[in-house]
Ligand binder design. Structure first.
Ligand SMILES: Cc1cc2nc3c(=O)[nH]c(=O)nc-3n(C[C@H](O)[C@H](O)[C@H](O)COP(=O)(O)O)c2cc1C
Length: 487
C-alpha cells in the first residue's frame, strides 16, 4: 500500500474538498427545494427553532423548520407572516396532536390560508384528514401532462409502517371525505393516486425530544429500502427520498449518513445550543457542558397518559426524576384524593410548590379558554383531572427552561439527545467550545466540511493511500476559514 504522509492542513485546503462539500447528499433534492446544501434544521417546539434560526440556515443555503408546536396560534401566524417574504426556502412544523385534533386542523388551515408550501409533518401515529388536505390542496395537471402538487410534506418518522403510508398515495377514505366536503374535485382525487403523500421521509433515529431511540444504522437502511420498493410499486414520476436525523452533530456522523445514501441530514439538539435558538442563555450554558450519558427518557407532557416519553437533559436538573415519579403516582392512583397524604404533601412542597388544588384552578382556567371539553371531562373523571394537574408541571418545566426562570432551574425540562455530548467532545478546545460563538450556520458548515474531509480521506484510503486517522479528524474552522468552501 502506498503511504501518504500528507499533513492535515495541506489535505484540508485541497480544492477537491469544496467540490465534495457541494456534492454531499442528493443534488436533485437540493435543486427541488432550492438549497445549496442537504442540511436541515429540524423543528424544535415552542419556537426553539426560532425565526432567527430559520433565517440563518436559509441564508446559508440550508433549510430550517420553524418550531410551531406548543406555541399560541397568534405566534405561529406572526412567524409565518414574518417569513413569508423570505428570499430563501423555509418550512414550518405540522405536528400531530392526538389530544387536540382541532389544533392540528387549525394549524393546517393556517398554513393553507397563508400559502405555506413546505411543512415538516411529525409525531404522526396515523395519517389524518388535515394532513392529507394540506398535501393535496391545489393539485392539478400541467398542459404537458405532469402533475403539479404545490404543497410539500417532509415527514419525520421512526417506524416503517408509518413510512410506508407516507410514501404511498393518500388513502381512499380521506379522498372520499375531501371530495364530499368540497376540498377536492373528483379529478383532483384521481390525480392524487399518482403522487406520494410525502416524497421525502426523514428517518428519525435516537434524538432529542420525542424519540423511540431507534439506532440510525438499523433504521436508515429500512426507510431507504422502503423508498426504493414503493417507488417501483407505484411507478411515481418523482423520486422517493430518505434523509436521516438523530445523533448527527459531528462530521463522522454526517459522513456516515451520506455514505449510507441519505439524501439529506437533519440536526436538532446541537441547534438548540446555538445563539439563534429560542431558549435561554442558562440552557445554552447547560447544553455546552452536556456529555454523552447526560440524557435520559422522561414522560412527555403531550402524551403523558399514554406513557409516551421524550429524551431530555438529566445533568443539572431533577426534571426526569420528578416527571417519572408523577407518572408512577398517576399509574398507581385513581385521582388526587387517592394519593397518600405524606406523598401529596411532598409533591406540593417540592414539585409543585403550591397546593394541588391551586394548580388545578390554574389548569382549569387555562383549559376553559383552550379546550373546555378537558375541564368537563376532568370534573367527571378524577384520573383525568390528576393527569391534567401533572401535565401542568411537565408543561411548565419546558417554559421555565426556555425562559431561564432561575428559581426553577432544578426543574428545567430540556429536550436533548446524545448528539449534544458528541458535539461537545468534538469541539473541545476550539472556538465552538463555549456557548457564545455557536451559530447554526457555522456549526452546520463545520459538520458538512468535516464530513467532506472524512469522505475524501475514505476515497483515498480505498484507492490504496494510507491516510493517518488524524489527517481526516478536523477541528472546527472559523467562519473566515470556511468561506473558501461555502462561497
Ligand atoms: C429542543 C428540541 C425540541 C424538538 N421539538 C420538536 C418538534 O416540536 N417537532 C419535531 O418534529 N421535532 C422536534 N424535535 C426533533 C428535531 O426536530 C430533530 O428531528 C432531532 O432533534 C434530531 O435529532 P438530534 O436531536 O439527535 O439532533 C425537537 C428536538 C429538540 C432537541
Amino acid at each position: 500500500m502506498k503511504t501518504c504522509a500528507t499533513p492535515a492542513g495541506e489535505f484540508e485546503s485541497s480544492d477537491g474538498l469544496k467540490a465534495i462539500c457541494s456534492k454531499l447528499g442528493d443534488r436533485d433534492f437540493c435543486a427541488d427545494l432550492g438549497l445549496r446544501y442537504p442540511y436541515l434544521g429540524g423543528s424544535m417546539a415552542k419556537g426553539i427553532s426560532s425565526v432567527a434560526m430559520v433565517e440563518e440556515l436559509g441564508r446559508a443555503g440550508m433549510l430550517g423548520f420553524f418550531g410551531a408546536a406548543g406555541l399560541p396560534f397568534s405566534t405561529v401566524e406572526a412567524a409565518v407572516d414574518h417569513l413569508s417574504g423570505a428570499d430563501f426556502p423555509c418550512g414550518f412544523n405540522l405536528i400531530h396532536s392526538p389530544h387536540e385534533p382541532d389544533l392540528e386542523k387549525a394549524l393546517a388551515d393556517l398554513y393553507l390560508s397563508k400559502g405555506v408550501r413546505l411543512v415538516e409533518a411529525s409525531a404522526f401515529l396515523a395519517l389524518t384528514l388535515p394532513l392529507v388536505r394540506y398535501r393535496l390542496h391545489g393539485i392539478h395537471r400541467l398542459p404537458d401532462g405532469t402533475i403539479c402538487v404545490p404543497n410539500r410534506i417532509i415527514a419525520k418518522v421512526s417506524r416503517e409502517e408509518l413510512a410506508e403510508r407516507f410514501f404511498s398515495p393518500a388513502p381512499e377514505k380521506f379522498l372520499r371525505e375531501l371530495v364530499a366536503d368540497g376540498s377536492l374535485t373528483a379529478e383532483q382525487a384521481e390525480l392524487s393516486a399518482h403522487i406520494p403523500l410525502a416524497q421525502e421521509i426523514t428517518a428519525e433515529a435516537d434524538s432529542g425530544g420525542h424519540t423511540d431511540n431507534r439506532p440510525a444504522l438499523a433504521l436508515f437502511p429500512t426507510i431507504q429500502s422502503l423508498a426504493i420498493r414503493l417507488q417501483a410499486r407505484h411507478n411515481y414520476s418523482v423520486k422517493l427520498r430518505a434523509g436521516l436525523a438523530g445523533g448527527i452533530a459531528t462530521p463522522s456522523a454526517a459522513a456516515a449518513a451520506f455514505a449510507m445514501g441519505a439524501a439529506y441530514i437533519m440536526t436538532g439538539s446541537v441547534n438548540q445550543a446555538c445563539r439563534e435558538s429560542g431558549t435561554s442563555d442558562e440552557v445554552r450554558r447547560m447544553l455546552a457542558e452536556t456529555r454523552q450519558a447526560d440524557v435520559s427518557m422522561a414522560p412527555a407532557a403531550d402524551m403523558f397518559e399514554m406513557g409516551v416519553t421524550v429524551q431530555v437533559l438529566k445533568r443539572g436538573t431533577m426534571f426526569p426524576m420528578r416527571a417519572a415519579k408523577l407518572y408512577e403516582i398517576y399509574r398507581a392512583h385513581a385521582g388526587l384524593d387517592d394519593i397518600p397524604p405524606a406523598e401529596r404533601d411532598k409533591l406540593e412542597k417540592t414539585v409543585f410548590q403550591a397546593s394541588l388544588s391551586t394548580i388545578w384552578q390554574l389548569t382549569r382556567s387555562y383549559f376553559l379558554v383552550r379546550d373546555p371539553r378537558q375541564v368537563e371531562r376532568a370534573e367527571r373523571d378524577p384520573k383525568h383531572l390528576m393527569a391534567l394537574v401533572f401535565r401542568w408541571y411537565l408543561g411548565q418545566a419546558a417554559h421555565w427552561a426556555k425562559d431561564g426562570e432561575s428559581a426553577r432551574k432544578i426543574d428545567y425540562q430540556v429536550w436533548c439527545g446524545p448528539a449534544m455530548g458528541a458535539f461537545n467532545e468534538w469541539v473541545t478546545g476550539s472556538f465552538l467550545d463555549g456557548p457564545d460563538r455557536r451559530t447554526v450556520a457555522s456549526v452546520a458548515q463545520n459538520i458538512l466540511y468535516g464530513a467532506a474531509v472524512l469522505t475524501r480521506a475514505n476515497i483515498l484510503r480505498y484507492q490504496g493511500i494510507d491516510m493517518a486517522l488524524e489527517a481526516s479528524h478536523m477541528q472546527p474552522l472559523e467562519d473566515t476559514q470556511l468561506k473558501e468552501y461555502f462561497s
